[in-house]
Design a protein around this ligand. Structure first.
Ligand SMILES: Cc1cc2nc3c(=O)[nH]c(=O)nc-3n(C[C@H](O)[C@H](O)[C@H](O)COP(=O)(O)OP(=O)(O)OC[C@H]3O[C@@H](n4cnc5c(N)ncnc54)[C@H](O)[C@@H]3O)c2cc1C
Length: 475
């Protein structure tokens, strides 16, 4: 990179964030450049949008931003639909202010959902999509690219540094950290977002009725979709780039200086993970904001960047390098061996998915965390480790425990269905970790107990929520 430090960075054709997913040419007589906004649901600081706009300007075409939400992806519910639609309302308003056309398709049934990208791609010069190494996105991008009759490019804007710079699976944070540090200054820079040169295609004939965000009742819209209505929205976490910006601002002003000490308490953390998961804020923007605050105040923000840059990139590297990262088979061999040697160790109780989902474990702290997750879609960051580790002690096999954790996290966590979740659940089973002294059930995988966690800080108020949350959920 030859550009000056801190000058906005364009997304060029040679950028390592780009992957061309088919061998079709650019359709020179296309009507528009299509940006299919799937994972970076934000109007600014978005590498896919920057690239799409740059190409649209180069071809002298308008850029059409297409966003959709299907009813049939795994665990689709009121919780995630509400969050995404609130975000799309922000995106629509901001893109229209910037002179861009944004159209949102909300199919109510799986049947309605089919074939729209292919129809739009048939009229596009180029399709630009968001890259994401997990959940339904890799298959979705591959299928759409193979059907598209024009060039289809996926752009990686998941972490602060392009994932392609680390193509091999990293062993642990200690192997990735020095590699990241070497390139951080090159990549941790603001992004250039070109102005659209060609007016938006207003009179466009669309193969669906776009959502009119200025006059729609979002709750009624969500209620009309064929999704899981038993997992409700979370009022504490409104979706969207505006809510994400407010949360970041508050976190930086009030909590960033104490992040390292607060991290291991109930109040630790920025609470930005749902916004990061749905791409309503970029990891780059958060890192740049934190770094410049640190420079301004002469304080280190390394502890926060360790989570946001190192741990997050490590999780995405795990997902990218292991196509089976959502399964128990992705756990390192040493850990699977020791866990299987302890499979017949006696358990105090053996519980199934329903018992755990309804928070009927023998551990009150675990139950409170589970109720929190079910009701609010979150739990304190530090308790997440305990929540993950303890399930091993209540299932017949470690593979059962892994499957249950992935299901619960994906179904209820606002930030679930994400490499951060899959890598950290796998961490509970030994991934990116080292062997510890032998313990029952865990073998040499690091163990945790509720008693030791409760000795570290006062959890009485949190534990006191169990009854109320159980009642609210009708359990
Ligand atoms: C069992 C288990 C399940 C988890 N499931 C998820 C999940 O579904 N989605 C998710 O985003 N995170 C998950 N995590 C990782 C971590 O707990 C969350 O990222 C964190 O709690 C989010 O809160 P925050 O945004 O306040 O984090 P902060 O502490 O403010 O950190 C800022 C950001 O850094 C990243 N980060 C922080 N900790 C980690 C970590 N250990 N690994 C990777 N990235 C990290 C996240 O993107 C986070 O939003 C899980 C952890 C465990 C142990």
């Amino acid at each position: 990179m030859t550009t000056a430090k801190n000058s906005p960075m364009p997304v060029t054709d040679q950028d390592p964030r780009l992957r061309v997913l088919n061998d079709q040419p650019v359709r020179t007589n296309g009507e528009f450049v299509l940006y299919w906004m799937q994972m970076y649901r934000r109007p600014n600081d978005n590498a896919s949008l920057s690239y799409a706009l740059q190409k649209a300007n180069e071809y002298n075409l308008p850029c059409l931003v297409y966003e959709a939400l299907r009813p049939d992806y795994p665990h689709a519910s009121d919780r995630f639909h509400t969050f995404v639609l609130e975000g799309a309302r922000d995106t629509a308003a901001e893109l229209s202010r910037c002179g861009l056309r944004h159209v949102f398709f909300l199919p109510k049934t799986p049947n309605e959902a089919r074939g729209i990208v292919a129809k739009l791609a048939a009229r596009a010069a180029l399709v630009v999509s968001d890259d994401f190494p997990s959940f339904t996105i890799p298959a979705q991008n591959a299928a759409a690219a193979s059907r598209a009759s024009c060039c289809f490019v996926a752009v990686d804007d998941n972490t602060s540094i392009p994932l392609a710079l680390f193509p091999k699976a990293e062993l642990a944070a200690r192997t990735l950290r020095p590699k990241l540090n070497r390139v951080l200054d090159t990549w941790l820079r603001p992004l250039e977002q070109p102005e659209p040169a060609v007016a938006p295609p207003m009179g466009l004939d669309l193969p669906f009725e776009p959502v009119a965000f200025d006059r729609v009742d979002l709750a009624a819209l969500v209620a009309s979709c064929q999704i899981d209505h038993t997992v409700g929205p979370v009022a504490d976490f409104p979706g969207g780039a505006c809510a994400a910006a407010t949360r970041l601002e508050r976190f930086v002003a009030r909590r960033l200086s104490g992040f390292d000490q607060d991290r291991k308490t109930l109040d630790g953390g920025s609470g930005l993970s749902p916004y990061l998961h749905f791409g309503m804020i970029s990891a780059r923007h958060i890192a740049l904001t934190a770094r410049s605050w640190g420079q301004e105040h002469g304080l280190s923000v390394d502890a926060f960047l360790e989570q946001l840059v190192v741990r997050r990139t490590l999780a995405f590297n795990f997902a990218q390098a292991n196509p089976d990262h959502r399964t128990y088979e992705a756990i390192p061999q040493w850990a699977r061996t020791t866990l299987s040697q302890h499979e017949s160790d006696p358990r105090t109780s053996v519980l199934d998915l329903t018992a755990l989902m309804d928070a009927h474990s023998p551990d009150p702290l675990w139950n409170t965390c589970q109720l929190d997750l079910r009701l609010r879609g979150m739990m304190p960051s530090y308790l997440r480790m305990l929540w993950g580790k303890l399930v091993l002690t209540w299932t017949k096999t470690p593979a059962d425990a892994h499957g249950i954790l992935v299901y619960l996290n994906d179904r209820f966590a606002l930030d679930g269905r994400d490499p951060d979740g899959y890598a950290n659940i796998a961490w509970c089973f030994g991934l990116h970790d080292r062997p510890f002294p032998q313990r029952a059930i865990y073998g040499t995988v690091r163990s945790m107990t509720s008693a030791s966690t409760q000795r570290k800080f006062d959890l009485s108020d949190y534990l006191g929520m169990e009854r109320r949350w159980r009642q609210e959920l009708g359990l």
